[in-house]
Design a protein around this ligand. Sequence first.
Ligand code: SF4
Length: 160
Amino acid sequence: MEQYPTAGTVLAAAETDIGESIEPLGLRKRTAYFRRASAQLLARHDGRVPDSRSELLGLHGVGEYTAASVLAHAYGRNASAVDTNVARVLARVFGSESAEPESSEMWDLSDRLAPPGRCDDFLHALIDFGAAVCTARDPNCESCPFEATCEYETERSTDE
Ligand code: SF4
């Protein structure tokens, strides 16, 4: 954000420099998207990031997850965004068959659970919780606040 604060600064930079800057974020493959989307922002939106889902989805490299994330985090909207971590936590707690982040069940669930006005905090909390406690390979159920009600943990302890 400090290095490329505007769409214009993205376009003025060399593609290799942008790639190196965003590589630590695991986003190097998105370098071309950033440049194309930046050109679109300048051409269509006067350099501003739009605050509507349909306009966001019209930008290169922006899908449902990114559009919802921008709306929740940049504009404080009640927009749920389900990534791998969020889907895993929700599927385990509620005993869903599918933990796919594309699953409409996960998006509906997230929509219903997110407290109005604090969707961004809710999503951050779930992402952090999925990375620190309810991890993919070794969930720390013994110290989890959902231990008593989580479907996954109930099933697991019944099997033991
Ligand atoms: S009890 Fe275990 S599986 Fe359930 S949410 Fe907590 S860490 Fe995840």
